[in-house]
Design a protein around this ligand. Structure first.
Ligand SMILES: Nc1ncnc2c1ncn2[C@@H]1O[C@H](COP(=O)(O)OP(=O)(O)OP(=O)(O)O)[C@@H](O)[C@H]1O
Ligand SMILES: [Mg+2]
Length: 293
C-alpha cells in the first residue's frame, strides 16, 4: 500500500491537481481495488469518483457487484479480512491509509456520515432514540446536555418527523421503518458531516416513504451543501437524486458518467438491461427531456 505524507494542514489545496476545481472534493476515490486477504481474490476491480460539496454520486448494480464494499472502503470499515489492495481514498485531501484509528474516529461522523438499510441495528433498543442523538451531539460537539437535547429535537424536526417531542422519548420498537430511517439520518447529520453515504437507505421502505426520504436527502443537499453517495439497485432512486452515476457489475464499473447522459444514452449492454428492468417501475418520470423548450 502507498504511504503518503500526512496532510494535516486544514484547507490546503491538493498540490497535484492540474486545473483546480471550484471546490476540492470531500471524498476522492481513485481506482480503488478491494481484495479478500484470505482467498487472495480481488473483488472490486477499480472504482473512482470525486465528490464535491453539494454533489450526489450514485452507485447502481446487481447484488454482489461490490457497491457496499466500495462504501465500506470509503468509511474505513471493510470486513475483517478485506483490504484496499490498490488505489486510494482521500477524505478532505488526506489519504485515509495514513490515518490512525483515533484520527479515523474523529473523521467518521464529523466529515463523512453513513446510513444503511437496517436502521434498527444501528440504534440501541434500550435507550430512547432522542437521547441517542443528543449523546452523539454532546460528545462530538462538546455541548451541554440541555443544548444537545435542544439540537436533537431540532434535527428530529428537520428530518420531518411529525411529533419530535414524542419521538424523542420513544424506543426503536415503537417506531416504523420510515421513522427509524429518519432518526438514523438525524443521527448521521447531527454533527454536520460534509458527506453522507446512503447505502440502500430506502430499500426496505414502501414506495411513498422511500420518496419522502429521497426528498429529505435532496433538501439537505440543497440547503446545507451535503454531498451524497447514494447506493441503490434501483435506477429510479439514482435518477432522482444524482448528478453522476456508476454502474457496477461483478466488481467492475461498466459505465460511468453524468446521470442524464448515462440514462438517456446508455453505452453498455448491462446498463440497458438495468433500464429495461426498470421501465415497468416508471423510470421515465425521473428523466427530464434534454432540451426542454
Ligand atoms: N463480510 C463479507 N464476508 C465475505 N464476503 C463478503 C462480505 N461482504 C461482501 N462480500 C462479498 O463481496 C462481494 C461484493 O459484496 P457487496 O456487499 O459489496 O455487494 P453489493 O453490490 O453491495 O450487493 P447488494 O446489492 O446485495 O447489497 C460479494 O460477492 C460478497 O459475497
Ligand atoms: Mg450492498
Amino acid at each position: 500500500m502507498r504511504t503518503l505524507s500526512r496532510n494535516t494542514a486544514a484547507g490546503s489545496a491538493p498540490q497535484h491537481a492540474p486545473a483546480a476545481p471550484a471546490a476540492p472534493p470531500v471524498i476522492a476515490v481513485r481506482d480503488v481495488r478491494i481484495s479478500d486477504r484470505v482467498t487472495d481474490r480481488e473483488i472490486v476491480h477499480g472504482v473512482g469518483f470525486e465528490l464535491t460539496p453539494g454533489k450526489a454520486v450514485g452507485i447502481v448494480g446487481e447484488s454482489g457487484s461490490g457497491k457496499t464494499l466500495t462504501c465500506r472502503a470509503v468509511l474505513g470499515i471493510l470486513p475483517p479480512h478485506f483490504e484496499v489492495s490498490g488505489g486510494s481514498v482521500e477524505i478532505d485531501g488526506t489519504d485515509i491509509a495514513t490515518l490512525t484509528p483515533r484520527q479515523w474516529t474523529a473523521l467518521r461522523g464529523t466529515t463523512v456520515g453513513a446510513v444503511f438499510q437496517d436502521p434498527a441495528s444501528y440504534l440501541n433498543p434500550s435507550i430512547r432514540v432522542g437521547a441517542q442523538i443528543a449523546e452523539v451531539i454532546r460528545v462530538k460537539k462538546g455541548v451541554k446536555r440541555r443544548e444537545a437535547r435542544r439540537q436533537a429535537l431540532e434535527l428530529l424536526r428537520a428530518v420531518r418527523l411529525r411529533d419530535p417531542e414524542l419521538v424523542y422519548g420513544q424506543y426503536t420498537y415503537e417506531l416504523s421503518g420510515g421513522m427509524l430511517q429518519r432518526v438514523l439520518i438525524a443521527a448521521a447529520i447531527a454533527v454536520e458531516p460534509r458527506a453522507l453515504i446512503a447505502d440502500e437507505a430506502t430499500t426496505a421502505l414502501d414506495v411513498t416513504v422511500q420518496a419522502e426520504i429521497l426528498d429529505l436527502l435532496a433538501e439537505l443537499r440543497e440547503r446545507t451543501g451535503l454531498a451524497l453517495v447514494v447506493v441503490s439497485h434501483d435506477l429510479a432512486v439514482v435518477a432522482q437524486l444524482c448528478d453522476e452515476v456508476l454502474v457496477m457489475r461483478q466488481g467492475e464499473v461498466v459505465e460511468q458518467g453524468p446521470t442524464h447522459s448515462v440514462l438517456h444514452d446508455p453505452q453498455h449492454a448491462y446498463t440497458r438491461l438495468l433500464m429495461a428492468e426498470h421501465e415497468q417501475y416508471g423510470l421515465d418520470k425521473f428523466l427530464t427531456p434534454k432540451e426542454a423548450s
